[in-house]
Design a protein around this ligand. Structure first.
Ligand code: TPP
Length: 622
């Protein structure tokens, strides 16, 4: 029988253990099939099926509150809470089921995230509010071993041990962040694993002893003695030093063990950490064997072979790979370059850099703030940090960029990956705000290349130019043709100009969309002047001043940032001079853009090719 076909939450609560395991098999199958079809976070979700089923079966959700840290591992939770059909049909699609917890999808989603390490802080807030309101429910923060070592989690734990408002923290320890977790805490957690492996089976011992005369009494005495001895000899866990109760480690695929531990956790009078061991990718061979992080987040794939359904053309690479190759190549001769990633070694395509330069490549874990100030220390001591960071995660390190980098005008090169719409990860991950928050910083240079050769020039310029230098790249592929050795640096702030005889309007365009627009314009022989705005900051003042000569209507085409980016800068440039010129924004909206395919989202916001062509034609016909 197919349990999920006729699934309802009330009957689920009455299922026996055998039925729960059958349900887990079906949930796992559904996750594999759906992610193979739609893409998404595979291995994190496969690892927590039993754990999530055990939580839902034991606790009283949505009265009790369950907060998933990041939320990328909440697929089982969604399937159990009335969203199985929509999950299968529309995971991560526009108007579909989001890849993270989403409050407007279900009353079972009590918090939203997408960025890491917020669950403990938010859960604590809920626990304090609960007690101040004299209410009665449990708050459970579900946090991975990658997310627990981040500054925000540790700040919250430091606070939690001093307050009398109970929170239950589930640490889902699969010995993986996206790639291998880093740092001393990861080592500490791994030491705790051995406690589980080394412990003899208490159940077997109990069965044997109960069969012997006086066995029951001996068993009870020896158990107590063993616990005392164990506690005497075992090193205190990190969590106990923070004044929290520690339970574990527990096998996260054993539903009865998990539920017994939840019951113990309820009896504990203070906040408690339940340390659960799970296997990331469980039930899908390729994901289970992955140690690089390839199966953490995937695009649609063939279940049998594990191969992606859509292959990249031979002559193309991702922008992440291209720029990683460039900084790798520059690092061969410039030994002062030091590479940093906050937990995104795989996403930022830096595996080769770590292999070839192990002494000067650092994965700091989910620690964006630390990554940036680490770069500041390096920059002050004859090194040039090359930091790859996603636009959306850079938001978390704004103060460090402001206070520790820009204020001291340090020479550091930042690759801002996933700039613009990223698609299916949705509103927590869209990379559209970085220009707006960075452009106000004195000294900062912000650029975006249009193709591989342009990227070569920008990196050569960036490693020469003594300033915080931000190079934005989109989540897209690019033709992998360039010759780094033949390209040299160029003037900071320089835009490209293609004037067209008889032009009636101007188009100022950013990023790789420039080449696409140029092709469209050439094809239709439209009378426009084209400007490639390579730099968001500084602006090319010569170009902008030249536009005042005939004051043609000017469209600012920036599909990689919202209006607070280039459009606002250009408005400001002319406003300050008290010059009037008609500026028309064709940028992304200043909005939290939901999940969906990039092309669907651009069409929805009327920022697709045909909308641009219509706008151009209507201005030309005026
Ligand atoms: C602030 C921030 N930085 C980076 C990420 C990207 N990211 C998403 S999940 C993840 C790994 C989390 O590891 P863990 O908490 O152990 O969860 P697992 O996927 O192993 O279950 C990372 C680095 C993020 N979501 N937020």
């Amino acid at each position: 029988m197919n349990i999920l076909d006729s699934f309802d939450y009330a009957s689920f609560k009455k299922m026996n253990i055998k039925e729960l395991y059958e349900l887990c098999n079906e949930v796992r199958e559904l996750i594999i099939q759906t992610v193979a079809e739609k893409g998404g976070h595979l291995s994190s979700n496969l690892g927590v099926v039993e754990l999530t089923v055990a939580l839902h079966h034991f606790f009283d959700f949505p009265n009790d509150k369950l907060l998933f840290d990041v939320g990328h591992q909440s697929y089982t939770h969604k399937i159990l809470t009335g969203r199985a059909k929509r999950f299968k049909e529309s995971l991560r699609e526009f108007n579909g089921i989001a890849g993270y917890q989403k409050m407007d999808e279900s009353e079972f989603d009590c918090f939203e995230a997408g960025h890491s390490s917020t669950a403990i802080s938010a859960g604590m807030g809920m626990a304090i509010a609960r007690d101040l309101n004299n209410e009665d429910y449990n708050v459970i923060a579900f946090v991975g071993d990658g997310a627990i070592v981040s500054g925000m989690s540790l700040e919250a734990i430091n606070h939690l041990g001093t307050i009398n408002h109970k929170l239950i923290i589930i640490v889902n320890d699969n010995e993986m962040s996206i790639s291998r977790p880093v740092g001393t805490i990861a080592r500490h957690m791994s030491k705790l694993h051995r406690r589980l492996v080394a412990a003899p089976s208490k159940d077997i011992y109990k069965k044997v002893m109960y069969k012997l005369p006086f066995g029951k009494a001996v068993f009870n005495f020896s158990s107590k003695l063993k616990n005392r001895i164990k506690h005497f000899f075992l090193e205190k866990t990190l969590f106990e030093t923070f004044n929290l109760e520690y339970l574990g480690p527990i096998d996260g695929h054993n539903i009865s063990e998990l539920q017994k531990t939840f019951a113990t956790a309820l009896k504990v009078p203070r906040s408690v950490v339940i340390h659960v061991l799970t296997k990331k990718g469980k039930g899908y061979k390729y994901a289970e064997e992955d140690i690089v992080g390839k199966w953490h987040g995937v695009s649609p794939f063939d279940i049998k072979t594990g191969e992606p359904k859509k292959k990249r053309p031979e002559n193309m690479v991702s922008w992440s790979q291209l720029t990683s190759n460039l900084v790798h190549e520059l690092g061969k001769t410039n030994k002062d370059i030091v590479y940093i990633t906050p937990a995104m070694k795989n996403g930022s395509a830096m595996n080769q850099i770590f292999e070839d330069y192990p002494d000067r490549a650092f994965d700091v874990g989910i620690a964006e703030e630390h990554a940036i100030t680490l770069a500041a220390g390096l920059a002050l001591n004859k090194k040039i940090p090359s930091v790859a960071i996603y636009s959306t995660f850079l938001q978390r390190a704004y103060d460090q960029i402001n206070h520790d980098i820009s204020r001291m005008n340090l020479h550091a090169v930042f690759t801002i990956d996933r700039s613009g719409i990223v698609g299916s990860d949705g509103e927590t991950h869209q990379g559209i705000f970085d220009v707006g928050i960075l452009k106000g910083l004195p000294n900062a240079v912000i650029a975006m290349p249009k193709d591989a050769n342009d990227a070569c020039m920008l990196y050569k310029t960036a490693f020469k130019h003594h300033a915080p230098f931000f190079i934005r790249i989109p989540r897209a592929d690019i033709i992998n043709e360039y010759d780094l050795s033949k390209i040299s640096d160029d003037r900071v702030g320089k835009w490209d100009v293609i004037n067209n005889d008889g032009a009636k309007i101007n188009l100022i365009i950013t990023g790789p969309y420039f080449n696409k627009v140029k092709d469209l314009i050439d094809k239709e022989n439209l009378k426009v002047n084209l400007f490639f705005a390579r730099y968001y900051k500084p602006l090319d003042k010569d170009v902008l001043n030249s536009l005042l000569e005939n004051r043609l209507k000017t469209i600012i085409v920036d599909l990689f940032a919202d209006e607070s980016g280039l459009y606002e800068s250009i408005c400001h440039f002319y406003a300050k001079k008290d010059e009037k010129i008609t500026l028309i924004p064709f940028t992304l909206p200043n909005a939290f853009i939901p999940c969906g395919k990039i092309e669907d989202l651009l069409a929805y916001y009327k920022r697709d090719d045909s909308s641009l062509l219509n706008l151009i034609r209507s201005l030309l016909n005026e």
